[in-house]
Each structure stands twice: as C-alpha cells, then as structure tokens.
Design a protein around this ligand. Structure first.
Ligand SMILES: [Zn+2]
Length: 770
C-alpha cells in the first residue's frame, strides 16, 4: 500500500472510530456485576511458578541452578536359559543442592510388575469391547507374572547393611546421618528379577521368544535400581511409576559390565571398552571399514552369520564392558539372533556411528531403512538443537516396541514372513526410528521430567520428528511414493482436528500428568507437536521460532527444564508474547473455530447518515459546529442512494475534496487511487482459541489478496471482530484460513458467500459411485 493511499484511508476512518459508531436506539441495560480479568491475553502469572535464583524469568537456568548427580558402577549378568537378570551396583550420589537430605529415594520401576503391584487395580473402566490376547491371558487366565525386584542387600560404603523401606516402585534409604549439601555418599545394591516377555505385556523392557529357533532377543531397560531426581521444583520426585508416566532421572557416569552367553551380539549405552575381546577379527576389520563409511552401512554381523549363531546355544559366557559419561539412564540389547550394521555420520566435525541391530525377522526392511533413518535424525535434530554429543546412536528392532534410552532405542516395524511389507509398515518403522532416536535430544539430553510432563519430551520430539520425516522424504525420494512428501502421521494442523473437535469429557489439557489423561497419544504427542508446528509456520514464522527453540535446547541440554522454562524461553528469544498461545493450546481444551459471519457494503455519501442526524439532534448541534466530516452509507439502509455506487469518494464528498486540495500537492493528488467500494466484514470466533485471522479476499476481476490480522485482533472481543475493507474493485468472496493451517475444527463457516457444503449423505453417494 502506498503512503498517500494509506493517509487517505486513515483520515476517512478516524471519525468512524471516534464517536459516531454508536448503535442506534440504544436503551439503558440493567447494571451488570463486575468480573475478574477473563481475557485470553491475560498474563500467565497465576499459572507460571514465580521465577527465582534457580530458574530465571527469561526461561534460562538461574545463577543458583543446581542438579544432583548419580554415578553407577554395575556388574550385570543375564541368565538366558531362565530369563532372569542379576545385578550388583554401586551408586555414588552427589548432593549438589543447598539442602541437607535426611533420606534418599531410589526407583524400583520393575515393581510395577510385582505380584502385589497396585498398578492393575487403579483402573475403573469395566469390561472392554476387545482385549489384546496377551493382556486377557495375563489378567484373567494365567498366574500374574512375578516381575518385581528381589533386593538381596543394600550396603553402605563399608559393607554394612543400610536400612531401607520399599513403597511400591520407590525405595527410601534411611541413611544414618543427613547427606549434607555438597557431600557425596556411596552405597551398593544387589538385586535380581524375572525378565518379562515384552510382546505379551507391552513392557518397555524384556525379551521376545522366537519359537522356530528357540532363541530370545532381549531389550533391557529400567533394569536396575535408579536414583530419583531431587530438584528445586519437586524436592524428591515421588510420583510412583504406574506404567504410563515415564521417567525422571539425574545425569551421571556409568561403568557397566554385562555378562551374556558367549555367542550373543550386544550393544548398549556407552563406549565399548573391550572391543578386541568381544569382537572376532573379521568383525574388527568390518568395524574399521564402517567407521570410514559415510554413505552406507557396513555389516558387522551378516544375516548369514546371525542365522548360523541361532543354532549355537553356547554355555560359555562373555562380558561386554562399557563406560558412559553424562547420561541419565542405561539400556542394552542382546541376542545371538542379531544382524548388526553401522555407518559413520559427520555432525559438527565429529564422527558419530549410526547403528542398527535386528533379527533376520526384520529383513529386508531393516537392512534397507533403519540406519538411514538414524542418520537423518542425527542431522535434522542437531541442526535445530545442538550437535549430537554422544559417539553413537543405535536402533534395535523389537516387535511392537517404541522406546528410548541414551544412545539406544527399540523400534517396531516387521515385514511379513515372506519378506513383503506394506507402505504402512515401512513408514511406521521409519517414523518410529526417527522418533525414538530423536528422544536422545528430548528427554535424554534436554532432561525434562517425563513422570510429571509427558508432553515435554513426547510433544517436542514428535514436532522434531515431523521436520525430520519431511527432510527424509526430500533426501530419499526413492523411499517414498513418487512426487509426494513423506506421509507424516502427526504434525500438520488438519491431522489434530478430529481430536480437538472430540468429546470434551474425554480430552485433557496438555498441561496434565500423563497418568491422568484420557488419550495419551493425541494429548502428549499429537497436540503439542501440532501446536508447535502451527506456532512455527503460522504464528511466529520459522526464523523466530527456530532461533527460540534452539535457544531452549542450548540452555537446557544436560539440565532439567520445566514447562515454564520452555514457555518463557520461547518468548524471551523471539520478542513474541505467547502467553495467549500457551494458555489456550496448553492449559485448556479449547479448540480453533473462526469464521466469516457477514458483509455489509458501504459507499461515501455527501449527506449525514440517519445515525449522525440523531447524534446532532441529541446534542442540539449542526454540521457547522463540527469539523468537516465524511459519511459512509450502507447499501441496505435508508441512508443509501443508488447514485453513490461505484463513485470516487472525492466526487461525492465536498469535505473530502477540500481536505485533499488543502493538504496534498497536485502531484500527490495525481497519484491517489481512490477506493470505490467499502465493506464492513464481521468475523466470528465460536472456538475458544484466539488465532491469527488469515483471510483471502477475492475481487470481481478474479484477483486475490491474502491478509493476516494478528491474533491480538481478538484481545478486546473474543467472540466477534469487524474489519473495514476499502477497494477499487468489487469484493466477491472471502475465505478464512484458506490453507487450513490453524486446525479450524469447523470450516462450514469459513466462506462468504457461504459455500454449499455437500451433506454427508451426498458425499457418501459420491464415494459409492467412485
Ligand atoms: Zn516418544
């Protein structure tokens, strides 16, 4: 818009905005009671915790920020024949907090599977219409699985027994003296438990039994007593492990020796310390090759070798030794069935190994796609957050599993027995690998509290997964359908509409504990991922968003952020006030529904309108008492005169003409292009969420104009706003959110003139015809 035209337009509407826009025939309303601030744009001071010296108002760690540390030295042994696991661990716990701790809490997550676990007793839903066969068998047919920890001893550094109390999945160590601020303590725990079949009870850890060859493949995690988090926000994190809310863990260093049958292939969190002892000469040779292979994986163990190993059942043992620095957890996978491939990927000048482990049952899909997906994940996530800091990332194939640990994760996606697979299986597998490898960033490194806030890792990770999938689609066009993009299941605005339009009694705000939500998938994954994607694409724009998101990741890598740290940082680094966005998308179950309600046409008039006449009569004044005025007459009103239609404003209004003569030079006047059509457009907002009002105007000559009014347009009236549009061309159409980028749940009200929406029955008939 040129400057002169702008000047002209603002003069014209100044009066309109001042005093003359009163409703006609206004009667006195009964006095209403007062109210508190109900604005959607109200500051989030009541919802946010108060900033302090641990956590700054900017969203960054404060000057007194601290975190605890727990180091582990562990000897683990797997009894493959009996599916039991044994361990002895020494934990050194560093109290970096300013508080003296009278006791310590250790997490015993396997106790969720103890015979006396309260977890199965907490649901009050009655009969299901269908059951997974394994769940049904475990609930009603077989003896409950006995999968809890058996604690053999807890001893202090001098080998003396240490008193402890177990409350379900938590164990309190009753230390004789408080652990003072700045002090450390070492103690040892010996334990064992029965490893569950993870294909039956959907445990995040366990084995799969392959009846055809009699082998098991193990993916093992939450397998050792782990320190709980003590922090400035929770004190001791003492929410029990019930099964849904995942984990909260401090960082530390690990030294782990894992003894398994000698013919097993094993990989785990950490740097392998005795590669020469556990690898054959041939494996060593291939490994050295893999370290230099940047374009494709090199097989360390081939399928042929894995199939030969399946028949061995060695009685001998082998110990794999690992060290891991600054990790928050530990996991490993082991089997004689594993095929193993690796390749190198450069991230920030450093070589990282992208690794896959899979039984032959995963092929040919796994040898084709797994390591490729790992590589893409490391690249895209690093670009948006920080360079991947560990030396490797492993994707392990485990039926029905999608679960993450530092450097290692379990992923589903299994072809049919004849090796064929559907697109659904392929995309599901690539997506879950991206997702679980991506969890290295959130929450393994940006270490949020999963037990309290499932969305902080799942939502951020699912958002990043979407960006990675789209890049994967671009980089590997041969993997996806021709001329299409990667079919992401979550991330795009339209995909969250069915959830947000759903039954309100079955939806929870994102800001809910994961144990207490109705639909964990959309609640912790889909909705926050979509909210972030819309924030990036539509509200902030990628440049501001990406800088702020990266700032959050950089500020909180290897630390423990809270939701407010994320919300505050996104605003701090972008200068975009997003309190309204967090409030509506994260703290409520509101949905987006914005529409166009009506359009009134106006023309410039030389006579005062009826409303103006009344205004003057009420005050006993005439036009002569007022500054020169310009009037707009509505087409459907008694003010309207057909001669006004399509005329230039200076042709009609003497006051306007004089103003132009007095204030604009002849040259400036020559440049003016006077609008001939004036419209008052009413937009309404049946949905609770204020969003940018994205409007596409179509004119009689077929041209289109897109205008985005900022979300603040709703700040004074949450239900309805009006815009005046002036144009030289006649307006013939209006569409709100033309590209469906806001997750608007009802598009029937998005067009003017109203579009003939086909009834469901018509659509149904059409579909049948074909
Ligand atoms: Zn996840």
């Amino acid at each position: 818009m040129n400057k002169i035209k702008y000047c002209f337009a603002s003069m014209l509407f100044l009066f309109g905005a001042m005093a003359f826009a009163q409703e006609e025939g206004e009667t006195e309303k009964p006095r209403e009671p007062g109210h508190v601030n109900q604005s959607k744009f109200k500051q989030l001071y009541e919802e946010f915790s108060t900033p302090n010296t641990y956590r700054s108002a900017s969203g960054a760690p404060g000057p007194d920020y601290y975190q605890q540390r727990a180091d582990y030295v562990m000897d683990i042994e797997l009894d493959d024949k009996n599916a039991k696991i044994y361990g002895e661990e020494t934990i050194t716990y560093y109290n970096n907090s300013p508080d003296d701790l009278e006791f310590l809490w250790v997490q015993l997550d396997q106790n969720v599977r103890a015979k006396d676990s309260k977890s199965p007793l907490r649901n009050g839903n009655g009969v299901n219409f269908a059951y997974m066969a394994g769940d049904f068998a475990q609930t009603y047919v077989t003896e409950p699985f006995d999968g809890g920890f058996n604690i053999e001893f807890v001893k202090d550094a001098n080998g003396k027994p240490l008193s402890y109390t177990i409350n379900q999945t938590m164990m309190r160590l009753n230390i004789p003296q408080p652990l003072k601020s700045g002090e450390q303590i070492s103690f040892s725990i010996k334990w064992w438990y029965n490893v569950p079949d993870h294909t039956v009870n959907r445990a995040r850890s366990g084995f799969e039994y392959f009846a055809k060859d009699g082998n098991r493949a193990y993916v093992i995690a939450q397998f050792f007593p782990r320190m709980a988090v003590y922090s400035d926000v929770e004190g001791w994190q003492n929410h029990q492990f019930w099964g849904s809310g995942e984990f909260a863990l401090p960082f530390g260093n690990y030294e782990v020796n894992i003894t398994v049958p000698a013919d097993h292939i094993l990989d785990a969190t950490g740097v392998l310390q005795n590669r020469e002892q556990v690898f054959s000469k041939e494996m060593m040779k291939r490994y050295k090759q893999a370290k230099k292979s940047y374009d494709k994986p090199v097989l360390i163990v081939t399928q042929e070798e894995a199939e030969a190993a399946e028949k061995g059942f060695s009685d001998k043992k082998k110990t794999w030794k690992f060290k891991a620095t600054n990790v928050r957890d530990y996991g490993f996978a082991t089997s004689r069935k594993f095929v193993w491939d690796m390749q190198a990927v450069k991230i920030g000048g450093k070589d990282i190994m992208a690794v896959s482990l899979y039984p032959k049952e995963g092929n040919p899909l796994w040898e084709e796609q797994s390591t490729k997906a790992v590589v893409q994940t490391l690249k895209t996530y690093s670009k948006h957050t920080f360079d991947y800091p560990y030396h490797k990332a492993i994707s392990v194939h485990a039926k029905n599993q999608g679960m993450e640990y530092p450097m290692i994760c379990w992923n589903y996606g299994r072809p049919n027995e004849d090796g064929t697979y559907s697109d659904r299986t392929k995309y599901g597998m690539i997506s879950v690998i991206i997702h679980e490898v991506g969890h290295n960033f959130f929450p393994m490194i940006v270490n949020s509290d999963e037990r309290q806030w499932g969305w902080m890792d799942e939502g951020l990770d699912t958002f990043m997964q979407y960006l990675t999938e789209q890049e994967f689609g671009k980089n590997y066009p041969d993997v996806i359908a021709p001329n299409s993009k990667y079919p992401s299941r979550r991330g795009e605005a339209a995909k969250i509409v069915p959830y947000m339009a759903g039954d309100q009694s079955h939806i929870s705000p994102i800001m809910s504990n994961p144990e207490n939500v109705y639909q964990l998938g959309p609640n912790a994954y889909g909705k926050p991922a979509t909210a972030l994607n819309i924030l990036r694409e539509t509200v902030m724009g990628p440049e501001l968003f990406d800088h702020a998101f990266k700032t959050y990741a950089q500020r909180w890598k290897f630390k423990h952020p809270t939701p407010e740290d994320f919300f505050r940082t996104m605003e701090d680094a972008s200068a975009v006030d997003l309190d309204w966005y967090w409030r509506s998308w994260f703290y409520t179950t509101d949905y987006v529904d914005i529409g166009v309600k009506g359009v009134k046409k106006y023309y410039v008039s030389d006579k005062p309108t009826k409303q103006m006449e009344k205004y003057m009569a009420d005050r006993n004044i005439t036009e002569a008492d007022l500054p020169p005025l310009v009037y707009l007459a509505e087409e459907d009103s008694e003010d309207y005169n057909p001669d006004l239609k399509g005329k230039a404003p200076t042709e009609v209004s003497q006051n306007l003409k004089e103003f132009m003569m007095d204030n604009l030079s002849a040259e400036e006047r020559a440049q003016v292009q006077e609008p001939k059509y004036f419209y008052e457009i009413t937009f309404d907002k049946p949905g609770g969420i204020p969003m940018p009002l994205i409007v596409e105007y179509t004119y009689a000559d077929g041209t289109k104009e897109k205008v985005t009014y900022p979300p603040e347009i709703w700040r004074k009236n949450d239900a309805e706003v009006k815009r005046v549009l002036s144009s030289q061309k006649e307006l013939v159409g209006i569409v709100v959110d033309p590209k469906a980028e806001t997750a608007d749940i009802d598009t029937a009200n998005n067009s003017w003139p109203k579009k003939e929406e086909k009834s469901d029955f018509d659509k149904f008939k059409q579909n049948i015809k074909g």
